[in-house]
Design a binder for this molecule. Structure first.
Ligand SMILES: Cc1cc2nc3c(=O)[nH]c(=O)nc-3n(C[C@H](O)[C@H](O)[C@H](O)COP(=O)(O)O)c2cc1C
Length: 288
């Protein structure tokens, strides 16, 4: 990762802005924007950030900053924003997870600059975005986000969407996190050092707020899984719930660093019997 762990926070190299658990708690999807231009100096910070944004899975993500008028891009659910960031990857192992991790860091960085964002995978003019970023045959653009300043009042459509997806709610801990195996829901008194990082996993945004992340804790490790819903793995977007998992891992990593846990992600399936349609993704392992 192109970040420095100074004391207990993750500080970006170029700008010194801090992405921390407070930033994660502040983030919320914004679909209604003020018609206010983003100052050039702020855009410069975003550009510099994008140049150094990376992920622990070693998959490069390419970002493009787009303008609604110049590039002809749009989304039917967005009001008032004229700037977007799109990201793409070359099809390869772990690409979706890497994308989720890197793009969420961008989202959090933008949040730390006072900008509003929202992950958009479905409700966009996908053809226009893919053309604007010159998407190649072996490339995938899972999602984009507008950038801008949140309006005081949400559009009626945005309010309805939030209600429909229960965007202000998250699944209870006992449905998401387990100890040792999938038979034993994680009890608060046993969560210990994993409490904080897992709480921030719960706050992560996900496609239609499905929250597909599951985790099984052990003393020195947490195994992450994807609980798949039919219809979320498409040619155009890749497996969008793997992107959700990348977002969850990003939140976990930031919180774990802040708590001084000093671990890393590995991929080594522990062979724990998992429920149907639940796929092993990665393990966070404390250094021995
Ligand atoms: C990968 C991904 C794709 C998403 N796609 C869309 C989309 O196409 N349209 C949309 O309005 N919101 C989209 N969202 C936003 C989610 O609906 C939102 O994150 C969720 O309802 C939780 O609300 P919150 O982000 O305010 O916490 C997407 C989120 C993620 C993570």
């Amino acid at each position: 990762m192109n970040t420095e762990t100074a004391a207990n926070t993750v500080t970006t190299k170029t700008t010194g802005m801090t992405i921390n658990t407070e930033t994660i708690k502040k983030r919320i999807s914004v679909r209604t924007y003020e018609e206010k231009k983003i100052p050039e100096q702020v855009m410069q910070q975003v550009r510099e950030y994008l140049e150094q944004d990376d992920n622990p899975f070693g998959v490069p993500i390419t970002f493009s900053i787009l303008n609604t008028e110049k590039d002809g891009v749009s989304s039917p659910v967005i009001v008032g924003a004229d700037t977007y960031v799109a990201g793409k990857y070359q099809k390869q192992k772990n690409a979706e997870i890497a994308f989720g991790y890197s793009f969420e860091k961008l989202v959090l960085y933008a949040t730390s600059l006072g900008l509003g964002t929202v992950w958009l995978a479905a409700t966009i003019d996908r053809k226009a975005f893919e053309k604007a970023i010159n998407l190649g045959e072996k490339e995938v653009m899972p999602a984009v986000t507008p950038l801008g300043y949140a309006a005081q009042k949400r559009s009626i459509r945005e309010n309805l969407m939030r209600k429909g997806m229960k965007s202000d709610h998250r699944l209870p801990v006992e449905e998401l996190f387990f100890e040792g195996d999938f038979q034993h829901p994680l009890r608060e008194e046993n969560a210990g050092k994993w409490t904080g990082p897992l709480e921030l996993v719960r706050l992560a945004p996900s496609a239609t707020n499905k929250q597909p992340w599951r985790a099984v804790t052990e003393e020195g490790r947490v195994h992450f899984y994807e609980a798949k819903t039919k219809g979320y793995d498409r040619e155009s977007t890749g497996d969008i719930q793997k992107v959700d998992l990348g977002i969850a891992l990003c939140h976990f990593d930031i919180a774990a660093k802040e708590a001084g846990l000093g671990g890393r992600f590995i991929q080594s399936d522990p062979g724990i019997a998992a429920p149907e349609n639940t796929e092993y993704i990665a393990t966070y392992e404390l250094e021995k």
